[in-house]
Structures are given as structure tokens and as C-alpha cells.
Design a protein around this ligand. Structure first.
Ligand code: NAD
Ligand code: ZN
Length: 344
């Protein structure tokens, strides 16, 4: 089968012929119907071997959708032909965090070498993929897999981040969204669907700001060193009750700190390496800063229900598997509108 593989540290991905896997006991083989490209893949490809923490070559793709193709021994509860999406942050299923539904924070995954598909285990950017357990599949019925697959990360991660701050998102509140890319443009829609907050979206170029406006931002502005002051002006000096930073660079986390209100939440979702000093006097009183990872399977079920009602709709650029390297290059250069999705 064809697979999009990251072969050597720092080198571009390649489309290669690899053996089609066979599902072992308890596993499920999917025929992939769609695989989303995430900026985290770009971040992984900028890491050294030690930072990355898993071996190459690796088939990328941590947003996966497929049709159940073959069941490993002992698998029940799904049938060949079922259309599913893949819950990516795989854990042990048994520890305290997993027991409380937060498999994304599994306490045993690292020690046991349990890695998400596309981030250590072979991923979705291939004609077929192995899913380790039926619990990591979510049925999507008749939903279009191409439009639905980004919900597994570009939807799930902002949904989880917004969920942490819902009590602060009352009418009259302000939320700043930094970065209107794959995650950000879904995050804006989720804020509109779940809350009455006023949304100010920031990005670097007009196309992204236009997309932010189209999907529901009330105000948009260029993300520069004037932005924090402009946000204060727009909020009568109060600042933002919630800042969702979908970039996480030094410039954006600094901006987040400068734009935040008293008793606000700053949630750093982007992984571009920025750090925000926290301590008495360095941020407004009772400002909480968090850096969450992905989301829970229950939250993914919520998103599928929202997709069925048409509450969220992801903007996608479609690519064939041979064009995955081009899609990654566009993502790297900030040219993708919404999410790039490969249809093998
Ligand atoms: P993306 O490339 O689709 O979108 C990023 C957007 O940010 C682009 O529109 C880009 O123009 C904009 N941008 C870049 N620099 C900016 C700046 N200084 N100010 C304002 N906007 C700027 O990326 P994505 O796939 O949506 O991912 C966003 C970030 O979230 C990445 O860092 C990714 O690695 C991270 N991520 C984190 C998690 C998690 O669990 N914490 C999960 C998925 C992705
Ligand atoms: Zn991701």
C-alpha cells in the first residue's frame, strides 16, 4: 500500500510503498477514507531525534477516518463496512486518568510505549491503518469522512480548551482567538455554538482574518505588537476574559498575557515553544494559564453529534495521497485555508 512517511530527521515526507498491515488480536484494520494534516506534524519534523522520542521511518497522520476492513481475533462491537473516525490520544484504558475519561492524559502511555497513530504508531496517511482497540473508533454513519476527520483533532482540541473556560464565557465576555488556521477556525465556530462571548480573532494575513470572519469572529485584527493595546481599547480597558492561543510562539503568549483581563483564562494550545512567566504581579490577578493536550473520547462523541446537526463545518482542502508532500509544504508556509485533508 502507499503511505506518507517521515523517513529522516529534517527531511521532507515521501510517499512510499510499504506492506499492508494485518490486524493482530484485538486490533482493527481500517481502509482509510480521509486523513487530516496538522501543524503538529510540522513541529515534529523540526525536532531532533531526542526531542521527538520515537523512531523513524513513521507513517504520519494523527487525524484518521476509515471504513472497517478487517477485524483482528476477538474483536466485536464493529463490523466490516462501518464508517468511523479514530480517537487519537491512545492510553492504557486502566489508570486513574483513563478511568475518568481522560485517556489523553494517560499515566502509563509513555512508560508502556503506547503512542498515538501518526505520532509514534503508524498513522492514517496511508491506504490502510491499524487501530489498536475498538474503543478508539467513533462511528460517523453517513457523515462525509473528509469533512468529519478534522474533528478528531482540529475540532477536539479547541472543544476541550473551550470547555475548560465555559463559566467565563458569559454574555458580555470577550474571547481572543490567536491563529485562525485548522484549529482556530473550528474553535471560533465552537465558541459561537456554545457561548454568547464576543470573539476577536488574530492572525498574520488577510485571508486567514477573512476566514475567521466568515466562520463567526465578531472582530479581527493583525497579530502584531499593537494588538494587545487594540484589544484593551475594544474592551474599555478590561481585556479578554479568555485567550485561546492556537500558535504558542513567544510573540503570541506574550500578547496573550498583555491582552488578558483580571480573573481570565489563558489557554496555550499551540506548541511553537513560547513560555509565559506566571507569578504574583506578572499577570493580572487570578489569571489562570493552562496548556492542554488534545481531548477526551466523550468530547469527540459530542463533536460528532454537532456535525450531524451541522453546527460545525470544517473548511477543507482535498489532496490525493501523492500530493501529501505539497500539502505539507503549503501548511508549513501558512497557505492552507482551514484543514488540508488527504483522500488516499
Ligand atoms: P495551522 O497552521 O493550520 O494554523 C496556524 C495559524 O496560526 C495559521 O493561520 C497562521 O497564519 C497563524 N499564525 C502563525 N503565527 C501567528 C502569529 N504570530 N500570530 C497570529 N497567528 C499566527 O495550525 P493548526 O494545525 O491549527 O495547529 C495550531 C497549533 O496547535 C500548532 O502549534 C499545533 O502544533 C498545535 N496543536 C496543539 C494540540 C494540543 O493538543 N495542544 C493539538 C493540535 C495542534
Ligand atoms: Zn494535531
Amino acid at each position: 500500500m502507499k503511505a506518507v512517511q517521515y523517513l529522516r530527521t529534517g527531511q521532507p515526507v515521501e510517499v512510499r510503498e510499504v506492506p499492508t498491515p494485518e490486524p493482530g488480536p484485538g486490533q482493527v484494520l481500517l481502509k482509510v477514507t480521509a486523513a487530516g494534516l496538522c501543524h503538529s506534524d510540522i513541529a515534529v519534523m523540526a525536532m531532533t531525534d531526542e526531542q521527538r522520542g520515537f523512531d523513524l521511518p513513521l507513517t504520519l497522520g494523527h487525524e484518521g477516518a476509515g471504513v472497517v476492513h478487517k477485524l483482528g481475533a476477538g474483536v466485536t462491537d464493529v463490523a466490516e463496512g462501518d464508517s468511523v473516525i479514530v480517537y487519537g490520544p491512545w492510553g492504557c484504558g486502566l489508570c486513574r486518568q483513563c478511568a475518568e475519561g481522560r485517556e489523553n492524559y494517560c499515566l502509563n502511555a509513555a512508560a508502556r510505549g503506547i503512542r498515538p497513530p501518526g505520532l509514534g504508531a503508524p498513522g492514517a496517511l496511508a491506504e490502510y491503518m491499524i487501530v489498536d482497540d475498538v474503543r478508539h473508533l467513533v462511528p460517523i454513519g453517513d457523515l462525509d469522512p473528509v469533512a468529519t476527520v478534522p474533528l478528531t483533532d482540529a475540532g477536539l482540541t479547541p472543544y476541550h480548551a473551550i470547555g475548560m473556560s465555559l463559566p467565563k464565557l458569559r454574555p458580555g465576555s470577550t474571547t481572543v482567538v490567536i491563529g485562525a488556521g485548522g484549529l482556530g477556525h473550528v474553535g471560533i465556530q465552537l465558541l459561537r455554538a456554545l457561548t454568547a462571548t464576543r470573539i476577536i480573532a488574530l492572525d498574520l494575513n488577510d485571508d486567514k482574518l477573512k476566514l475567521a470572519e466568515e466562520v463567526g469572529a465578531h472582530d479581527t485584527m493583525v497579530s502584531d505588537d499593537q494588538a494587545a493595546a487594540k484589544i484593551r481599547d475594544l474592551t474599555n480597558g478590561v481585556g479578554a476574559d479568555v485567550v485561546l492561543d492556537f500558535v504558542g510562539a513567544q510573540a503570541t503568549v506574550t500578547l496573550a498575557g498583555a491582552a488578558a483581563a483580571v480573573n481570565s483564562d489563558i489557554t496555550i494550545v499551540g506548541i511553537a515553544g513560547g513560555a509565559l512567566p506566571v507569578g504574583f504581579g506578572s499577570l493580572p490577578f487570578e489569571c489562570r494559564v493552562a496548556s492542554p493536550y488534545w481531548g477526551t473520547r466523550g468530547e469527540l462523541l459530542d463533536l460528532v453529534e454537532m456535525a450531524k446537526l451541522g453546527t460545525v463545518s470544517v473548511e477543507v482542502e482535498r489532496y490525493g495521497i501523492d500530493d501529501a508532500p505539497t500539502a505539507y509544504a503549503r501548511l508549513h508556509d501558512g497557505q492552507v485555508r482551514g484543514r488540508a485533508v488527504v483522500v488516499p
